[in-house]
Design a protein around this ligand. Sequence first.
Ligand code: SF4
Length: 276
Amino acid sequence: MSQLGHIESGSRHDLHVGLSPSAPDESDMRDDADGAFGYVHSYESSSRYDGPGLRVVLFTSGCLLRCTYCHNPDTWHLKDGTYVSAQDVIDRLGDFAPALRSLDGGLTISGGEPMVQLAFTRRIFRAAREMGLHTAIETSGYLGDRADDKYLSGVDLVLLDIKSSDPETYRIATGRDLAPTLRFAERLAAMGKPAWVRFTLVPGLTDDPANVEGIARFVAPMKNVEWVEIQPFHQLGAFKWKAMKLDYKLDETQAPTPAVIERVLGQFRAAGCRVR
Ligand code: SF4
């Protein structure tokens, strides 16, 4: 068992590796049954981009995707996170709760992939709700089948990353299948669960007009989707790949030009999406 640590505030851009060497592999999905403990990367207390109002954003460890443009490969493995008690996380959240409530904000759990640690994140969402906080999850949806309706009832907003509409591109970009994400998106739509769809625009990888069109047409009829957000690729995470001696393939990739961003925004608008 890993030694229990304390959750660290900081930034998603800080590099954290090897903090819990005895952690199970993330693919084991060995979430402890009552979610009393889990692995986390860090939290930020001031993000305004991960849900409405002022947010605390908790970055959990563990992800089964391997996005070639991932900014935080140090969240892939549980062993790189800090093993903490849910109570420690909840206590920290409680310190911020009055400010979050007064600024119409709340808690966002991101990652990594929060659904790798289902019981742990459920427990934290439940506590956040009891504090009167708005709750949001940022997810790829790949593990959406793991989350039952009760889990989702503890989440007010889903920030759903749809990385591609083309299965082949999705596999190249993430190493996994697209179908679970689309299935999860359809389930959220059927439930009427508020969602923001996020699309990372990576030149040479996800920017193909047909790929964008596919996402736009898929999302446009979904009344639960409040916004589509375009996230332009950047190189801020490249240093982590190098520090972790990972094979970074996007060294030569530039941020999308304003013209490409405008074209993509236009495609979503033309399909009937609210986009920003
Ligand atoms: S889903 Fe997110 S955390 Fe996982 S590899 Fe992709 S970008 Fe990184």
